[in-house]
Design a protein around this ligand. Structure first.
Ligand code: AMP
Ligand code: ZN
Length: 112
């Protein structure tokens, strides 16, 4: 499959890995929007949140617990933001489900 993030998981494209287990892969965003900005992705290729179903319930819960763990490992003791951009109107540019974790500065609301 011609997917950038599947290639990163396979090691065919280099990345700055922060964590990996049997279900997820975590790496630094190449274009950080905050002092800390990493992505949590399932190893299973899923296009977006819109393709999630009941079978993915445990996986998504695991994604959030890993996001919290790595956020703490990266020193985000004062909070952080988890973002998922879904499909065109959500601003998704890579069609492999991913959750951004941003921190190290105060976030603004609402997003653009
Ligand atoms: P989204 O716009 O939500 O689809 O987010 C895609 C994210 O992937 C962006 O924040 C990009 O900076 C990031 N990205 C794209 N290519 C790479 C790469 N090779 N390594 C790490 N992050 C990447
Ligand atoms: Zn993929």
């Amino acid at each position: 499959m011609d997917c950038l993030f599947c290639k990163i998981i396979a090691g065919e494209i280099p990345s700055e890995k922060l964590y990996e287990d049997e279900l997820v892969y975590v790496f630094k965003d190449i274009n950080p929007e905050a002092p800390v900005h990493f992505l949590v992705i399932p190893k299973e290729h899923i296009n977006s949140t819109d393709e999630l179903d009941e079978a993915h319930k445990e996986l998504v819960g695991h994604v959030f617990l890993v996001a919290k763990k790595v956020a703490h490992d990266e020193g985000l003791t004062n909070g952080y933001r988890i973002v998922n951009n879904c499909k065109e109107d959500g601003g998704q540019t890579v069609n492999h489900l991913h959750f951004h974790v941003l921190g190290g500065r105060s976030m603004q609301w609402p997003p653009g």
